[in-house]
Design a protein. Structure first.
Length: 173
């Protein structure tokens, strides 16, 4: 991102469409590129009342307009990033509602090579929203066939660019 800034970037699009997630630490790393140091990113609450809170470790990229593209295949860690950026009022979500995987599963081995996966905790956005089975509704809804992602008919990307151009124009006026 620093290289892009040096080359004159004035806004960013973070495309999390079809991103099924990953590690919480990766979501914290990405979110920290856009949030001020110490801002909440996610809370993880277990069924026994235990809670882990993850905070941003800060960045220099916080002043640029930002759109995060999401769809129904944006899940888990990508929803953590999307929720943190929106709740932190650092960017908007554009696209369709996300998947709604706000749970943490733990796999426990069983005898004879089997295993059982149990939900052991849930993710909560900085504003306390549990997105499990609900997902995140975008600020700007743009319906589109997922097969068009990355093509010249990607109207979600077009709308993101249009929105950011408007934000840059407002900032410069």
């Amino acid at each position: 991102m620093t290289d892009l800034e040096k080359k004159g970037a004035k806004a960013f699009i973070l495309d999390l469409r079809n991103n099924g997630g990953g590690y919480v630490t990766a979501a914290v790393d990405v979110s920290s590129k856009f949030l001020k140091e110490g801002e909440d990113i996610v809370s993880i609450k277990d069924r026994f009342g235990g809670k882990n809170r993850y905070k941003s470790y800060g960045t220099v990229h916080e002043l640029f307009p930002l759109v995060i593209l999401v769809n129904n295949f944006s899940a888990s860690a990508s929803e953590i990033t999307a929720g943190a950026v929106r709740d932190g009022k650092r960017g908007i979500l554009l696209g369709t509602k996300t998947f709604g995987k706000g749970s943490v599963q733990t796999i426990y081995p069983l005898d004879k090579g089997g295993a059982i996966k149990i939900t052991t905790a849930h993710y909560f956005t900085p504003r306390g929203r549990n997105i499990n089975e609900k997902g995140l509704k975008p600020d700007i809804i743009v319906e589109m066939d997922d097969d068009l992602i990355g093509t010249d008919k990607d109207i979600q990307m077009e709308e993101a660019v249009k929105y950011l151009q408007e934000q840059i124009a407002k900032k410069n006026s």
